[in-house]
Design a protein around this ligand. Structure first.
Ligand code: SAH
Ligand code: SF4
Ligand code: F3S
Length: 471
C-alpha cells in the first residue's frame, strides 16, 4: 500500500473514534455541548497544529471556549524552544489542579514539542497526576483515538517519540482567523543548528505535495482569506524528497498567480537556502508581501560556524543586497541570539555591525537558552547571565533607533494595508505589506479588508495614518 492510502486508512479509523466520542463527551459534560479550551505556546507551526486539534474537537461535537473555568477539555500545546517557554507551561499546568478538583470529569491533555522530550514528558506525567493525556507532535493525527483511550480506558495515557515520517492530509482544520490564515507547506527540520531543539521534537523535514498545498490555498482564497502565510521551519528547502522537482520559489509563484484579492507571506527562510530565484519571484508578484523574515542569529562567522548555520556574514549580506536591489521598500526582519556559548565582545560587535548595516524593521531577540540533548549544551559557556543581559540591552537600544528611523521615513507616503483588529474604541490596527502596524480612525466594518492609507505621523515605531480610499 502506498503512503497516501495508508494515511487515508488511518484517518478513516480516527473518524470512527470521532463518531464514538460524540455521545461520550456529551454525556461527560452533563448532556450539554462539551466545551474545549486550547492554549498554544510557541511558533506558528504550533498554532497550525492547534487549528487541527480544534478541527478534530469540533468533529467530536465540541465548541471552543476562551474560559478555562467552564471547559470540559483543556489542552496545552507546548513549545520547547527556550527554557522560559517551558517554565511557563509548568506554572500554568500547576494552576489547573484546582479546576480538576472542582470538576473531576475535566480532561486535561498536554501535547506539542515539550512532550517529545522524554525527560520533560516523564516529569509532567509524574508531577501532575491530574493530567490524563500526554502526546507528542508526531501523533496529532491519532488525537481522537487518544482522547477515546483517556476517557474510556480508565488510565492515563502517554504517547510520544515515534516519527513515522508521513504526512497526514485532510485532518479537519478550524482556523482561528477568518481573513488571515496559516498554511503549512512542510513539517520538521533537518538543519540541526547546534542550539536548537526543533529537529529533535519535530522530526525529519518533509514537504507536502504541491497539489495538496495548491488546493488548500485555492480553498482559502475561495473562503475569502485575504492573507495566507506559508509555513515551514525552512521554507527555502521545500520540495526536498518529493517525487517531482519542485522549488519553494515555484510554489510561491504559483499561489501568487491565483485569481482573487489576497496577499501572501511566508516564514521562515533560512539564509543558506535563500535563492535569487526566490527574490525574483517576490519582485515579480505584487501579491507577495515585500517582507522577508531572514534570521541571521549572529554577526560573527566564528559563532555562525559553531551554530552550524552554514552561511557567512558576507553571504547573508549578499542576499540582502540582491533583495534590496530587486524589491524597493523591502522590509527585513530577523531572529538573533545573544550570548551563544563562547560569544566574545568582538563576536557581539559583529552582531551589532550587521544590525546597523542591514537596518531591520524589527528583530526577535533571544538570550541563548541551553537545551538538553543539543550539541551546544556541551559547549563551554563563560559569560554570566548579567553580561548577556547587558549585551542584549545594547542591542535593543541600537535596534530601537533604527526602527524609529524606518518608521519616520514612511511619513507622508501612501501604503496599501490590511485592516486587522480594533486597537481601541474608534481606532483600528492595520498592517502594511512590509509588516508595520498603522493606527487608523475607521469603522469596525473595515476589519478584514484592504485599503490605502497615508502615513501622517510616526511615534517611535507606531504609525498613524488616514484612510485614503476604500477598495
Ligand atoms: N526555523 C527557524 C527558527 C525557529 S526557532 C529558523 O531557522 O530561522 C525561532 C527562533 O528561536 C530561532 O530563529 C532562534 O533565534 C531562536 N532560538 C532557537 N533555539 C534557541 C535557543 N536554544 N536559545 C535561544 N534562542 C533560540
Ligand atoms: Fe532550529 Fe535551525 Fe531548524 Fe531553524 S533551521 S528550526 S533554528 S535547527
Ligand atoms: Fe516551539 Fe516547537 Fe515551534 S519548539 S518554536 S513550538 S516548532
Amino acid at each position: 500500500m502506498d503512503e497516501k492510502n495508508m494515511t487515508e486508512q488511518e484517518l478513516q479509523k480516527q473518524k470512527v473514534y470521532t463518531d464514538e466520542l460524540k455521545d461520550i463527551l456529551r454525556l461527560r459534560a452533563g448532556g450539554k455541548t462539551p466545551l474545549a479550551f486550547v492554549h498554544t505556546y510557541g511558533c506558528q507551526q504550533n498554532v497550525a497544529d492547534s487549528e487541527k486539534l480544534k478541527g478534530m474537537l469540533c468533529e467530536m461535537g465540541c465548541e471552543m471556549t476562551e474560559n478555562k473555568e467552564e471547559a470540559d477539555i483543556i489542552i496545552f500545546n507546548t513549545c520547547a524552544v527556550r527554557e522560559h517557554a517551558e517554565d511557563r507551561v509548568f506554572g500554568n499546568v500547576g494552576a489547573l489542579k484546582a479546576l480538576k478538583r472542582k470538576k473531576p470529569s475535566l480532561l486535561i491533555a498536554l501535547c506539542g514539542c515539550m512532550m517529545e522530550q522524554e525527560h520533560i514528558a516523564e516529569k509532567i506525567y509524574k508531577s501532575f497526576p491530574y493530567v490524563s493525556l500526554v502526546f507528542g507532535t508526531h501523533v496529532i493525527h491519532r488525537f481522537p483515538e487518544l482522547v477515546l483511550g483517556a476517557v474510556t480506558g480508565g488510565k492515563r495515557m502517554i504517547e510520544r517519540g515515534y516519527d513515522d515520517g508521513k504526512i497526514y492530509e485532510n485532518i479537519p482544520v478550524r482556523r482561528d482567523g477568518s481573513f488571515k490564515g496559516w498554511l503549512p507547506i512542510m513539517y520538521g527540520c533537518d538543519n540541526f543548528c547546534t542550539y536548537c531543539i526543533v529537529p529533535y521534537v519535530r522530526g525529519r523535514e518533509r514537504s507536502r505535495r504541491p497539489e495538496a498545498v495548491l488546493s488548500e490555498a485555492r480553498d482559502m482564497i475561495a473562503a475569502g482569506y485575504k492573507e495566507i502565510t506559508l509555513l515551514g521551519q525552512n521554507v527555502n528547502s521545500y520540495g526536498k524528497g518529493l517525487e517531482t522537482d519542485y522549488s519553494f520559489a515555484r510554489l510561491l509563484g504559483e499561489i501568487a498567480s491565483m485569481n482573487g484579492d489576497f496577499q501572501l507571506r511566508f516564514m521562515t527562510s533560512h539564509p543558506k537556502d535563500a535563492s535569487r530565484e526566490l527574490i525574483d519571484v517576490m519582485a515579480e508578484n505584487p501579491k507577495i508581501c515585500n517582507h522577508l523574515h531572514l534570521p541571521f542569529q549572529s554577526g560573527s562567522d566564528r559563532i555562525l560556524k559553531l551554530m552550524n548555520r552554514r552561511y557567512t556574514v558576507e553571504k547573508y549580506l549578499d542576499i540582502v543586497d540582491y533583495a534590496r536591489s530587486r524589491i524597493p521598500d523591502l522590509s527585513l526582519t530577523s531572529d538573533v541570539i545573544v550570548g551563544f556559548p563562547g560569544e566574545t565582545e568582538e563576536d557581539f560587535q559583529g552582531t551589532l555591525d550587521l544590525i546597523e548595516k542591514v537596518g531591520f524593521t524589527s528583530l526577535f531577540t533571544f538570550i541563548y537558552s541551553r537545551r538538553v540533548g543539543t550539541p551546544a549544551a556541551k559547549y563551554e559557556d563563560n559569560a554570566t547571565h548579567e553580561e548577556k543581559a547587558e549585551r542584549m540591552g545594547r542591542l535593543l537600544k541600537l535596534q530601537e533607533g533604527i526602527a524609529a528611523k524606518r518608521c519616520a521615513d514612511m511619513v507622508g507616503r501612501k501604503y496599501r494595508v490590511l485592516v486587522e483588529e480594533q486597537a481601541r474604541e474608534g481606532v483600528l490596527n492595520a498592517r502594511t505589506q512590509n509588516n508595520i502596524v498603522v493606527e487608523i480612525n475607521a469603522p469596525d466594518e473595515l476589519i478584514g479588508s484592504f485599503c490605502d492609507v497615508e502615513i501622517t505621523q510616526a511615534r517611535n515605531w507606531i504609525l498613524r495614518g488616514n484612510v485614503a480610499n476604500i477598495d
